[in-house]
Design a protein around this ligand. Structure first.
Ligand code: FES
Ligand code: FE2
Length: 442
């Protein structure tokens, strides 16, 4: 099948279908590496993860082993984790602090600026042996936005701010909630899912599945005796979905189950009620009622194309997924919190995070099951197409519609055809492409 025909995007009839070979084909998986992961900006990590000189963190980004470290000079640098001598992984721990990293194979050592500072028996090399030529290599492009670091293996990639397009404003809304900056809490959740990585991009912004898939959680919330008890699809406030350009999309809801930043809920316990009210008051004073409303009283699921999700919902989760095979991905989730947060609120936040999004929480096992079930279903190859048409003819699709997924898929389709931007067909009505922030979501 030609790449061009993998997606049916008929905006007049409101039909959007994706061919399921996109989820199973090894050839398309390889093409994604070349046309997407080698060309876009890909998330690496957060500046707070390497707070002090010598701190380092290991990552896999676009299939490459990398690590990033804060040098003695305070600068964050990113290195390819491969010894310039004969290739061994130099950084062999996920995190740590070191002045010097020594390759275990022949003991060459490198400082956190990437310079080769030690070679055993260097005399055996000739007079032209130059340590300066044998430092650690860096990816062609590294940049950060408000503490979030990205790398690109495409030297000609557009600048990060342009790439982030409308997603920037939503990152701002997340970061500005804090008085003194955000930090990633130590530790992460890491798990493999036997499903295509794009299924998680879809699932992370899919409001349609919430009630049927997460029945147990919905019932648990209802059991707390709140006014959420009558939660049905029909009773939920609509929320909105936005396509933000470059494949980034967002779904925004009126905060429902409480948000640790300022929106109290019985889930957080009485002790957290007062500190949360104070946070909200501070946000109003600093940012005005309207922006404070967006920060504290709406929640957002943000997809930064291609493989980063930030859920600013019951907690702020950074979720990164690395494709391993057409039917396998590794998911890592970190927890982002305001630095100044009180212990009481932080405890509520961590508890809420693990309750819903933790690997053993209410949501994650349900979602893993759903994704792996889809992947298993794709073996019935005679059912060729998946349908993502929901809300396509609406003027303002909601979070239970599928605009969020269509925005992702259109960019994917453009990239896979070698185009850098999604192409809008002539003479067809376009779906909302908006970089504007949500107003009052009620
Ligand atoms: S491979 Fe690293 S020192 Fe030889
Ligand atoms: Fe879910």
């Amino acid at each position: 099948m030609r790449i061009k025909d993998l997606i049916i995007d008929d905006r007049q009839r409101g039909v959007f279908r994706v061919h399921r070979s996109t989820m199973t084909s090894p050839g398309l998986f390889e093409r994604e590496q070349d046309f997407i992961f080698n060309r876009c900006w890909i998330y690496l990590g957060h500046e707070s993860e390497v707070e002090s000189p010598g701190d380092y963190r290991r990552r896999t980004v676009a299939g490459r082993p990398l690590f990033f470290a804060r040098g003695k000079d305070g600068q964050v640098r990113v290195f390819l984790n491969s010894c310039p001598h004969r290739g061994a992984l130099i950084c062999r721990r996920d995190e740590g602090n070191a002045e010097v990293l020594q390759c275990f194979y022949h003991a060459w050592s490198f400082n956190t600026q990437g310079e080769l500072v030690g070679v055993p028996d260097q005399e055996a090399y000739g007079p032209y042996f130059d340590r300066n030529e044998l430092g650690l290599r860096e990816p062609p492009r590294v940049d950060s936005y408000r503490g979030f670091y990205f790398v690109s293996f495409n030297p000609c990639v557009e600048d990060l701010v342009s790439y982030l397009a409308g997603a920037r404003e939503y990152l701002d809304l997340i970061v500005d909630q804090s008085e003194t900056g955000m930090r990633v809490v130590a530790g992460s959740n890491k798990y493999n899912t036997k499903a295509n990585w794009k299924l998680l991009a879809e699932n992370s912004l899919d409001g349609y599945h919430l009630v049927p898939t997460h029945q147990t959680y919905v019932q648990y919330i209802a059991s707390l005796g709140t006014d959420e008890s009558g939660d049905t699809m029909a009773a939920r406030p609509p929320g909105v979905s936005r396509s933000l350009g470059n494949g980034h999309t967002v779904s925004v809801n009126v905060a429902r189950n409480g948000r640790p930043i300022a929106h109290w809920h019985p889930l957080f316990g009485e002790a957290a009620r007062e500190p949360m009210a104070q946070v909200r008051q501070r946000l109003v004073e600093k940012h005005g009622e309207e922006r404070a409303y967006l920060m504290a009283d709406t929640s957002r699921n943000l997809l930064i194309y291609p493989n980063l999700i930030i859920n600013d919902v019951v907690a702020i989760t950074i979720r990164y997924f690395e494709p391993l095979a057409p039917d396998n991905m590794q998911v890592t989730a970190w927890h982002l919190v305001p630095r100044e947060e009180s212990d009481t609120v932080l405890a509520s936040r961590l508890d809420s995070f693990l309750t819903f999004l933790g690997p053993g929480g209410f949501a994650t096992p349900d979602d893993v099951e759903a994704l792996e079930s889809c992947q298993a279903g794709f073996r019935a190859t005679e059912t060729e197409w998946s349908d993502l048409s929901r809300g396509m003819l609406k003027s303002d699709p909601g979070t239970s519609d599928e605009l969020q997924m269509r925005g992702f898929w259109r960019q994917w389709h453009a990239n896979m055809q070698g185009l850098s931007k999604a192409y809008v067909q002539d003479g067809q009505p376009t779906e909302t492409e908006s970089a504007t922030l949500l107003g009052n979501a009620d």
